[in-house]
Write a protein that binds this ligand. Structure first.
Ligand code: AGP
Length: 611
């Protein structure tokens, strides 16, 4: 899940490309590079590590040109090194290629090229493409790229320039996202429109199998066989300030604090005046299907999968429809039992996660109806779904997902209430009560954000901050919250953390409990609260360090715990939204106190566009 940017026009392409890469660095930061064409030659510079290293290198070795491409890398093939950094080149150093994705048959093609005397300089799959384009190049870059891609198997979004055909930039996509930006006398390509919003809001979303010849004054989109393809120009209306930190030290902290507004956006205009029912902006799915579907399958990855676990409980409890929740990368390769009125619900922030996208396509091939929950407008998963519930969480840049998670749960509450209403499994009295409580959630999140004393104290406490591992325990609606709390701590503080059902803990994980192990209980008021208290006492008996997330007013719990972080009261079904806030903050502050790179944690990337 690398980031690629390209430019052709009258500005210095290096400036435009670097500006774009700064906005895409959350996609990967193992190395970076840029290639530009000037006066018929191709100049390139690459460096290991963050983009800042490349910027320093450019200060001492300035290059410039009116067209160029750039890349920020998340390594798949070959270690992070300058040799493996993109752009990759052919031997005459006339063709440069940047690539996001994986070329599955690169070894095969590489072997054939080696037989023809081609020498390889890197361990990457991408370099193969540069040599293959050279192999087919007869003066027209567009034609050579189309021909080369016919030999390729795998996923790609690419940008290509060539000093022997300098008036064009060629871009192509299959499986990985790519947009073309249209300006006055200049054009752009990028993995994500956010990278070029400073220059244009007019974009084309390339579809799989599209190749685009991009020129200063226009573009041509064809398929690999050369058939013309028509694409509608779309206008991106995102507010660019979302891509700034707004005075916060990290995007993650900014996004945690945006959650009250985000939930207002997610539910805004979707609850009827009298709060008795849910009203969707565009007709959701065919009423009959929503009323008659007898099975729902949720597919997702990571944090989105945790939201799906909450969604399963909500829909089964409120709408009485059996729900299966599947890890997308597993669902993709299993025997699918899809019936005509099965609804498959992909959940995703980026809308580009390859595992979820491929799982969606397989489900569709088996005749499922696709209703997606997506944050990124115009993303592949949104465009390939039969209907979409947009999360309206705005741009999420911090690699550790926060606001998108709570928005997912809020949207799932709306969907469960709507299904329950349509299928007469939920009285309008209960629907009104839950929707009224949901509308009160943003203010309650703000209450937690305004009272961070205990979470800051815990994050500075060596027992938590310097722990080698931690255990997160919850029951019912808050078992997924425990999983999400553990994931947040893992992915940004690198403390090994595991989540378990609080009841299940005594069947094994309790062996881990010592006076060095923090055990975080997600214990707001619930039908199983007393059971959770017993589980706390089981850990207490073994001297575990106990931190509980509990409901304000629950003074009794404090006697069993080392620390308690209180959250406002709410119905159990909504408590996962409130209970995760202190866990997001705990992970954030512990990571800051451990000196970790919170927004760009090691080995991770914001949207995982390779399988
Ligand atoms: C969460 O903090 C991670 N960034 C990751 O687990 C993420 O949730 C997962 O990759 C799914 O991403 P998506 O929601 O964009 O599909």
């Amino acid at each position: 899940m690398c980031g690629i940017v390209g430019y052709i026009g009258d500005k210095n392409a290096v400036d435009v490309v670097l500006d774009g890469l700064r906005r895409l660095e959350y996609r990967g930061y193992d190395s970076a590079g840029v290639s530009v064409l000037s006066n018929g030659t191709l100049d390139s510079l690459r460096s290991v590590g963050k983009l800042a290293a490349l910027e320093d290198k450019l200060k001492s070795n300035p290059i410039s040109g009116s067209s160029g491409i750039g890349h920020t890398r998340w390594a798949t093939h070959g270690v992070p090194s300058e040799a493996n950094a993109h752009p990759h080149h052919d031997h005459p150093h006339a063709i440069a290629v940047v690539h996001n994705g994986i070329i599955e048959n690169y070894l095969e093609i590489g072997a054939k090229l080696r037989e023809k005397g081609v020498e390889f300089r890197s361990e990457t799959d991408t370099e193969t493409l540069a040599h293959l384009i050279r192999h087919y190049f007869e003066g027209n870059l567009f034609a050579a790229v189309k021909r080369a891609l016919q030999d390729i198997r795998g996923a790609y979004a690419i940008g290509v320039v060539c000093s022997d055909d300098p008036e064009v930039l060629v871009a192509a996509r299959s499986g990985s996202p790519l947009v073309v930006g249209l300006g006055e006398g200049e054009s752009f390509i990028a993995s994500d429109a956010a990278a070029i919003l400073n220059y244009t809001r007019k974009v084309l979303y390339l579809e799989d199998g599209h190749v685009c010849e991009v020129r200063r004054d226009g573009y041509t989109v064809q398929d690999l066989e050369g058939a013309q393809q028509q694409l509608e120009i779309q206008t991106v209306d995102w507010d660019q300030s979302q891509a700034e930190k707004g005075g916060y030290p990290h995007f993650m902290l900014k996004e945690i604090h945006e959650q009250p507004d985000v939930i207002r956006n997610t539910i805004g205009g979707r609850i009827s005046e009298d709060r008795s029912q849910v009203v969707w902006e565009d007709g959701l799915l065919d009423d009959d299907l929503l009323e008659s579907c007898d099975r729902i399958v949720i597919i997702a990855c990571g944090t989105a999968w945790h939201a799906g676990l909450v969604g399963k409980r909500l829909i089964e409890s409120l709408a009485k429809v059996p729900v299966e929740i599947e890890i997308a990368s597993e669902f993709r390769y299993k025997e699918l039992l899809i019936q005509p009125n099965t609804i498959v619900i992909p959940i995703t922030q980026s809308g580009e996660t390859a595992d979820t996208l491929q799982a969606l396509r397989v489900a569709k091939e088996h005749g499922a109806t696709i209703l997606s929950l997506v944050n990124a407008i115009g993303s592949s998963i949104a465009r390939e779904s039969d209907a979409v519930i947009y999360l309206r969480a705005g741009l999420e840049i911090g690699v550790a997902s926060t606001k998108a998670y709570t928005a997912m749960i809020a949207a799932l509450v709306l969907l469960a209430v709507d299904l329950g209403h349509r299928r007469d499994t939920l009285t309008s009295h209960k629907a009104t009560a839950l929707l009224t409580e949901l509308q009160a959630i943003p203010a309650k999140i703000q209450e937690s954000l305004d009272d961070q004393g205990t979470v800051l104290q815990c994050a500075a406490d060596a027992r938590y901050r310097d722990a080698a591992s931690a255990l997160f325990l919850g029951r019912g609606y808050n078992l997924p919250t425990a999983m999400e709390g553990a994931l947040k701590l893992k992915e940004i503080s690198y403390i090994h953390a595991e989540a378990y059902g609080a009841g299940e803990m005594k069947h094994g994980a309790i062996a881990l409990v010592t006076d060095k192990l923090p055990v975080v209980f997600i214990a707001p008021r619930s039908a199983t609260h007393e059971k959770v208290i017993s589980n706390i006492q089981e850990v207490r008996a073994r001297n575990g360090i106990i931190l509980a997330i509990a409901t304000q007013g629950d003074t009794g719990i404090a006697q069993h715990c080392d620390d308690v972080i209180y959250i406002p009261n709410c119905p159990e079904a909504l408590s996962p939204i409130l209970a995760v806030i202190p866990l997001q903050l705990l992970a954030y502050y512990i990571s800051v106190n451990r000196g970790c790179d919170v927004d760009q944690p090691r080995n991770l990337a914001k949207s995982v566009t390779v399988e």
